[in-house]
Design a protein around this ligand. Structure first.
Ligand code: AR6
Length: 181
């Protein structure tokens, strides 16, 4: 039978920098000093104050997360997390990726962010195969939400940049893609 995901989880296709939630998550690198992909887009829209704020954080280890204000973005906060670089799957990537989602939700709780939007961490430049990364993202967040009341976390949006990613998320949510491929 298909797994029933927490109703606070939704999937949306588009640009994460346009979303008005309490906190958006950035798929950063360990310097936290900007980069390409979603990181570049977030810094561009937030403006130069975001980089200034990130400089005070002293970097971030893979699997960890740290928050800043969101400056010109419509959200209130940016939670910067660092995904693993995919090196074939036997180098602890799955545990590191799961840790990104767990730590980001823990940081959201600490800063009082109730609504949170995630990009598909590590699935761009860092090369994590999308179906496997998506299963980890959905299962990790779903497992954590089971222990967090709706008064503390009210919604989690998974943001897919393109149609292909949206299809993968929707297939896993509806149970039509539960086995590895
Ligand atoms: N909104 C939502 N998702 C996006 C957006 C956007 N505006 N732009 C890209 N994506 P990536 P990574 C998706 O490469 O793999 C950076 O240089 C994209 O389609 O941004 O974790 C950092 O500084 C993909 O599915 O992040 C690091 O050095 C997903 O976001 C490195 O890349 C993640 O792709 C991190 O690599």
């Amino acid at each position: 039978m298909a797994h029933r995901f927490d109703p606070r989880i939704t999937v949306w296709q588009g640009d994460i920098t346009t979303i008005k939630v309490d906190a958006i998550v950035n798929a950063a690198n360990s310097t936290l000093l900007g980069g390409g992909g979603v990181d570049g887009a977030i810094h561009r829209v937030a403006g130069p104050q975001l980089l200034e704020s990130c400089k005070t954080l002293g970097g971030c280890s893979p699997g960890d997360a740290k928050a800043t204000a969101a400056f010109r973005l419509p959200s209130d906060f940016v939670i910067h997390t660092v995904g693993p670089v995919y090196r074939g799957g036997a180098a602890g990537e799955a545990e590191k990726l799961a840790s990104c989602y767990r730590r980001s939700l823990e940081v959201a709780l600490e800063i009082g962010a109730h609504s949170i939007a995630f990009p598909a961490i590590s699935t761009g430049v860092y090369g994590y195969p999308l179906p496997e990364a998506t299963r980890i993202a959905l299962m990790t967040v779903d497992n954590m939400l089971a222990t967090i009341s709706p008064g503390r976390i009210s919604s989690v949006i998974f943001v897919c940049y393109d149609k292909r990613a949206l299809q993968v998320y929707e297939d896993i949510m509806t149970g039509s893609r539960m086995s590895p491929d």
